[in-house]
Design a protein around this ligand. Sequence first.
Ligand code: B12
Ligand code: SF4
Length: 437
Amino acid sequence: MDSGKKIMEKKDTKIEFLIPPKPYLGDEMRNPELGIMYLAAVTLKEGYNVVITDLRCKAPEEFSKYIGNSDVYALTATTPDYLAAKKIAEIAKSKNKDSWAIIGGIHATSVPDKIDIIFDKIGIGEGENTILEILDDFRKGNNEKRIYQSVLIKDLDSIPFPARDMLPFENVFSANGLFVGAGPTATVITSRGCPFNCAFCASKKMWQRRLRLRTPENVVKEIKYIIDKYNVTNFRFHDDTITARKDWIKEVCEKIKPFKIRWRAGTRVDQITEEILQLMKDAGCEEISYGVESLDPNVIEKINKGIKIEDVKSAIKIAKKVGMQVRTFFIIGLPGEKPGYADRLIKFCDETNPDAVDVSTLVPFPGCDIHDNMQTFGLEMDEEDFKKYIMTLGLGKEEEMDADFIFKHDVMSNEELKAERKKSLEYIKSRKMVKNF
Ligand code: B12
Ligand code: SF4
C-alpha cells in the first residue's frame, strides 16, 4: 500500500560525520576515529552521499565554517567529547532545519537517557547496521523511534575497511602515532570486545564482553592494503587485549612477519607467554603495554582486575628479554587505594624498570562499574556534570598536575591524592619514564 510519503534516494541523502575536537589530549591528531571511518565506509558502500568533517584541533568559533549543509549529521563522542558534540549538533541543525542530528559511540551507549534533545536519534553499541537503519528511517520519513540498537555483527570480516580516503592523509596517519617522530602511522583494530570485566573500564558497555576476531587473512589484507596504497609501514593496534586468543595472534604474527612492519599493541599481563611475545617481536612489535592500575592487591581485587603483582613483574621481564619496550599503565585514585601510592610505585619501578609509565587520574566514566555503582565503591561525585570528566596524565598543561580529583575518595582526601600523584609524576619524569602515549 502506498503510504503517500516520498522516499529520498540514497544518493541524494547527504550524511555528514562530525568528529569533535579533544583539546584535553596531549596530541589530538594522533589517533583518528576508527569508528567514524568504519561508519563512513558502510554508508558509502550503500550509495549515500557521505562526507567526514574533522573538527579536531578546531576552536568552537570556527565550527560553523567547516560544517556543511547536510541531511543527517552523525556525531560520535566519548564522555569528555559530549558537550562539544552537543554544541556542534546545535550549529549543524541551524544550517538545515529539516536535518537530523544523531549521536553514537561510548557516551551515548552508556547513558542514552542523559542525551540532549538536540539529538534526534541515538545509536547504542556497534554502529554499522544501526546507522543504516537510522538513515533508512530518515529517507522514508519515519520519525517514531529515538533509540536504535542492532545485534552484534557475527562476521567482522564482512565490514568494509575504514574509509581512510575520506580525510586528508595527515589526519589519518599521524607522524607521531607509533612513537614521536616515527613517521606516518596507521591505526587498526583486529578484534572487538574483551572478555574481562575491570570495574574502571567501559569496553563491556560497547561490546558486551564478547570477543570477536577478524580472521588473520582479513587483518593481513588490510595491512597489505595500507602498505600498498599509502606506503605506510608503522602500525598501532587498538585492540583491548590483542593476545586474548593465543592461536590467533600466533597466526597473525606469522602472516605479517614478511611485511616487515613496525607496530605496538596492548594486552594484559596474564595473557602473554615468552613464546607469544617473541613471535610478536619477530613480526615487528616494538612496544607492548600492560594495564597494571594499582600495586595494592586489595585494590586490584576490588576493581576486579584479576591479575597478580608477580604476573606483572614477570610480564615486564619477559618483554625486556625478547627485546621489546614495555609500557605500564597505572591509575591513581582507585577505590580502596591507601596512602603510600607513590612509594609503592617508586619501589616497583626501581625494581622492574619499565621503559614507559603512564599514571592517569581516575575518572569514573559512564559505562564503567565504578560509575554505575558509585556508592558500592565508596566514591561520591556529581555524575551528570559532564564537563568534569576529563582524564589527563597530569603532565600536559601546567594546571593538570594540581587539578582536583573529580570525586570524593573512600580512603584519601583530595589533598592526599594530589600529593601522591605529584610525587609519582615527578618520579617518573625524573626517571625519563614519560613517553608520549
Ligand atoms: C583505542 C582507544 C583510544 C585511542 C584512540 C581513540 C579514538 N579516537 O578512536 C586513544 C588512546 C587516543 C584513546 C583516547 C581516549 N579514550 Co579511549 N579507547 C580506545 C578503545 C580501546 C578502542 C576504541 C576503538 O577504536 N574502537 C573501535 C571502533 C570500531 O569502535 P568505536 O569507536 O566505539 O565505534 C563504534 C561504535 O561506538 C559506534 N559509533 C561510534 N560513533 C557513532 C556515531 C553514530 C551516529 C552511530 C550510530 C554509532 C557510532 O559504531 C562504531 C563502529 O561499530 C576504547 C575501548 C573499547 N574497546 O571500545 C577506549 C575508550 C573508548 N576510551 C575511553 C576514554 C575514557 C578515552 C579518553 C577520554 C581518555 C583520556 N585521555 O581522556 C580519550 C578520549 C579520546 C577520544 N575522544 O577519542 C573510554 C570511554 C569511556 C567514556 N564513557 O567516555 C573507553 C571505552 C575505554 C575505557 N576506559 O573504558 N582511546
Ligand atoms: S581494562 Fe582491559 S582487560 Fe580490563 S575489561 Fe577493559 S579492556 Fe578488558
